[in-house]
Design a protein around this ligand. Structure first.
Ligand code: ATP
Ligand code: MG
Length: 197
């Protein structure tokens, strides 16, 4: 058997396997996706899914639990496509010097998130960096998990951030952990507008 024939047989077998798996997946409902890990690409992935959703004419909402140092480019673009953004008002302090004001800010933006999670008009809700709020107990864990669990049937949720807690991973349908192989910043390259934010 020559190389081309071998390839054809292998490809055919693979196609059969894929077709069988596609036939098996028959459940229609929204899913929970967790994108965690220390590598770059979590928020990028979340916004990629929002773009996908909006591109198909569905409604999506974005909730950001950490206010970045810079305004992210996605916001400008997506707000002009009627995607509502709820962003934590004050900057989250990494060293938790002001725990109380962080909790207040997190709680405020969570009220907005809850509304999206209860509204079947939204096909997708992005909860960007919410993992930290759970990891630090800034938000009531049970309330957050329950709100995600009890969302409308057809709504999907993307959760991003490092260190996703076990309960969140358990609740999710899809969990991806992005591995930090290397990052330009560590070689002294400045974060770039239009690339990193
Ligand atoms: P991005 O928004 O680029 O998808 P991310 O959401 O995966 O990144 P965060 O932990 O939210 O990562 O960090 C946000 C910022 O930190 C981004 O500017 C990103 O480029 C940078 N960053 C992400 N991962 C790393 C890393 N491993 N080392 C250094 N900087 C990082
Ligand atoms: Mg991020």
């Amino acid at each position: 058997m020559d190389k081309n024939e071998k390839h054809k047989i292998k490809a055919q077998k693979q196609k059969e396997r894929v077709d069988a798996n596609v036939a098996k997946a028959q459940i229609e409902r929204g899913i929970v996706i967790v994108i965690t890990g220390n590598g770059k690409g979590k928020t990028t992935s979340g916004f990629g899914t929002v773009a996908r959703c909006v591109g198909h004419g569905y409604k999506a909402a974005v909730v950001q639990f950490i206010k970045g140092q810079w305004d992210c480019g996605e916001r400008e673009l997506l707000e002009s496509h009627s995607v509502p953004f709820a962003v934590m008002g004050t900057g989250f302090t990494w060293n938790t010097q002001d725990r109380e004001s962080d909790i207040k800010a997190a709680t405020e933006v969570w009220q907005e998130a809850k509304k999206f999670l209860a509204n079947p008009d939204y096909h997708l809700v992005l909860l960007d960096e919410i993992t930290y709020m759970l990891g630090y107990d800034y938000l009531p864990k049970d309330e957050v998990l329950t709100a995600i669990k009890n969302r409308p049937l057809n709504q999907s949720v993307v959760v991003t951030g490092r260190g996703a807690i076990t309960e969140l991973r358990d609740l999710a349908d899809t969990v991806s952990e992005i591995k930090d192989v290397k990052h330009a910043f560590k070689a002294g390259v400045k974060a770039r507008k239009g690339v990193d934010w």
